[in-house]
Design a protein around this ligand. Structure first.
Ligand code: HXC
Length: 262
C-alpha cells in the first residue's frame, strides 16, 4: 500500500494487518474535513485489499489518539444546516469503519476526546495506554457529540453511565474506562497489544468473523427475537462456506484449519 500518499494519515501493511495512523500531531490529530476525506479513501483501499484481515487505528505522536473534531473548523460553522452536514459527514466515516467486514481495533495511545472518543467507539475493540484520557467535552463547547457518540456509548455501557460522561464532560482515566467496559485492554504499548489481539482474530475464519460483526451490529438495532432470526440467517450462510467444512474437518482430524475465506 506504499504507493498511496496521504497528508493527514498514513497506512502501513504488515502481512494481514493494516495500521491507519491519524497524523496531525501538532493539532493532536484533530479530525478536520480533509482528514475525514482521506480516511474514507483509505478505508476503501483497505477493504479492496483481500490480503488485509484486520485494521488497527491509532494516533501519531506521544500525546493523543485524537483530541476531537478540529475546533478551528467547527468554530466557522453557522446555522442548523451546516452543523447537520458536518455531523452527517463524520457519521458516514464512522459507519464506514463499523461496517467494515474485517475487525477494527483502536489503539488509544493518548487523549481520546470528543470525536476521538467517538472514533474509538466506532471500532470493534479498544486497547488503551494507561496514560490515555477519554472524555466527551462537547457540552463544554456548547455542542453535543455529532459522530455517533450519543448513540454508540449508551449501547456499549448503558444509558446511565453514558449520560454521566456526556453531561459532566469529565475526562476518565484508562483504568476507569476499563472498569466501565469502554476499553477492552490496557497496555503500555497499545499498538503492540492491538497487533496481538488482531493476530488472534485473523487466524479464525474470515467469513465467520465478518458474519459475527454483522450479527452483533444488526442485532443491536432490533428486538431479541428479530436479532435471533438474523443470527440464524447468518449461521446458515456460515454453514454454506468451504471454511466451515475446513474448520470442522480440521477439528475432527486433529489438525490446524487453513481457512481460505471461501
Ligand atoms: C483543533 C486542537 C484540538 C482540537 C488540541 N488542539 N485539540 N486543535 N481541534 N480538537 C491543538 C491546540 O489548539 C494546540 O495548538 C495543540 O493542539 C496542542 O494542544 P494544547 O491544548 O496546547 O495541549 P494541552 O495543554 O496538553 O491539552 C491537551 C488537551 C486540549 C486537553 C487535549 O488540547 C484540549 O482540551 N483539546 C480540545 C479537546 C476537545 O474539546 N475536543 C472535542 C472537540 S468537539 P497550538 O497551535 O496552540 O499549539 C468534537 C465534536 C465532534 O469533537 C462532533 C462534531 C459534529
Amino acid at each position: 500500500m506504499d504507493e498511496y500518499e496521504f497528508e493527514n494519515l498514513t497506512i502501513d501493511q504488515h502481512g494481514p494487518l493494516a495500521v491507519l495512523t491519524l497524523n496531525r500531531p501538532k493539532a493532536l490529530n484533530a479530525l478536520n474535513s480533509a482528514t475525514f476525506g482521506e480516511m474514507s479513501e483509505a478505508l476503501d483501499l483497505i477493504v479492496d485489499n483481500a490480503e488485509i484481515g484486520a485494521l488497527i487505528i491509532t494516533g501519531a505522536g506521544e500525546k493523543a489518539f485524537v483530541a476531537g473534531a478540529d475546533i478551528s473548523e467547527l468554530n466557522g460553522l453557522d446555522g442548523v444546516y451546516a452543523g447537520r452536514e458536518v455531523a452527517l459527514a463524520g457519521q458516514d466515516v464512522m459507519s464506514q469503519i463499523s461496517n467494515l467486514p474485517i475487525p477494527v481495533i483502536a489503539a488509544i495511545n493518548g487523549f481520546a476526546l470528543g470525536g476521538g472518543f467517538e472514533l474509538a467507539l466506532a471500532c470493534d475493540i479498544r486497547v488503551a495506554s494507561p496514560r490515555a484520557r477519554l472524555g466527551l467535552p462537547e457540552v463544554t463547547l456548547g455542542v453535543i457529540p455529532g459522530f455517533g457518540g450519543t448513540q454508540r456509548l449508551p449501547r456499549l455501557i448503558g444509558a446511565g453511565r453514558a449520560l454521566d460522561l456526556l453531561l459532566t464532560a469529565r475526562q476518565i482515566s484508562a483504568e476507569e474506562a476499563l472498569q466501565m467496559g469502554v476499553v477492552n485492554y490496557l497496555a503500555d504499548e497499545p499498538l503492540a497489544k492491538a497487533r496481538e489481539v488482531a493476530e488472534s482474530i485473523v487466524k479464525n475464519g474470515p467469513i465467520a468473523i465478518s458474519l459475527v460483526k454483522e450479527a452483533v451490529r444488526r442485532g443491536l438495532d432490533t428486538t431479541l427475537d428479530a436479532g435471533c432470526e438474523i443470527e440464524a440467517d447468518l449461521f446458515g450462510m456460515a454453514v454454506a462456506t468451504a471454511d466451515f467444512q475446513e474448520g470442522t474437518g480440521a477439528f475432527l482430524a486433529k489438525r490446524k484449519p487453513e481457512f481460505k475465506g471461501e
